[in-house]
Write a protein of this length. Structure first.
Length: 241
């Protein structure tokens, strides 16, 4: 869910042209390797935010992340949403795309199916949809929010693979929740998974940054959403991260 100051009606519009060459070359073409995920989840570190909320991080879980980044930037149909803030309609500062089985075709890349199946086995959730968020530079961001799956599932699990330039991902407890704030610097194939009561009791954000020198693409896996979003308002678009 978007933060209170960003609550409002969102619409989708065709995204401005993504300069694929610039974005791809920034990702170090000569470092490409065949994409694969670590189905054993080696190096997984779980951080307990409190007694009921946790975050898992697996550094470099997706190998060949630069190639995945380049292929997705080139293949996906990017859109830019608009949001009403302070009685003004403004473009959301990032580009988005979406996949689910109802899209009528397989995942944009085979390794994304491998990732979905590995996450399903590890977390015992039927991950069935993928959101893509392209942060073109440090000016792109997403504000504090918690995901709306909490309205439909008691303890939803949300998994995020970060590709491209590392960005800081912040977590903080909601007002009235006694928990710890955390920050993670994620990119280049790192996996972060939020679980337990995290979506109920915490919110997260990717802030703007004046020191970021390249783009980030996050790949967000969710479960029990194969029919698409079910929103409170038919015109409301949900955040992913």
């Amino acid at each position: 869910m978007c933060s209170p100051r960003e609550a409002g009606v969102m619409t989708r519009t065709a995204a401005p042209h993504v300069d694929e060459a610039d974005l791809i070359w920034q990702q170090c073409l000569f470092a490409f390797e065949d994409p694969m995920v670590d189905a054993a989840f080696g190096g997984l570190v779980r951080t307990h935010l409190d007694e009921t909320s946790w975050v898992d991080v697996v550094p470099g879980w997706l190998r060949g992340a630069d190639l995945v980044f380049a292929e997705l930037v080139a293949r996906l149909q990017w859109e830019q949403r608009e949001v009403t803030m302070y009685q003004r309609r403004l473009p959301e500062p990032r580009l988005t795309a979406w996949w689910s089985p109802s899209s009528g075709g397989p995942e944009p890349l085979p390794v994304l199916d491998d990732a979905r199946m590995a996450l399903t086995r590890q977390y015992a959730r039927p991950f069935d949809s993928i959101g893509f968020n392209l942060y073109r530079d440090g000016r792109d961001s997403v504000a504090w929010h918690a995901d709306r799956e909490r309205y439909e599932h008691e303890d939803p699990v949300v998994a995020i693979i970060s590709t491209g330039t590392p960005r800081v991902f912040h977590l903080r407890p909601k007002s009235g929740v006694a928990g710890a704030s955390r920050s993670f610097r994620l990119g280049q194939g790192d996996l972060l998974v939020m679980g337990g009561a995290c979506q109920h009791d915490y919110e997260h954000a990717v802030p703007k940054s004046a020191v970021v020198d390249g783009p980030r693409l996050s790949i967000v896996f969710r479960h029990h959403l194969s029919g698409g979003w079910v929103s409170d308002d038919a015109q409301t678009v949900r955040y992913s991260d």
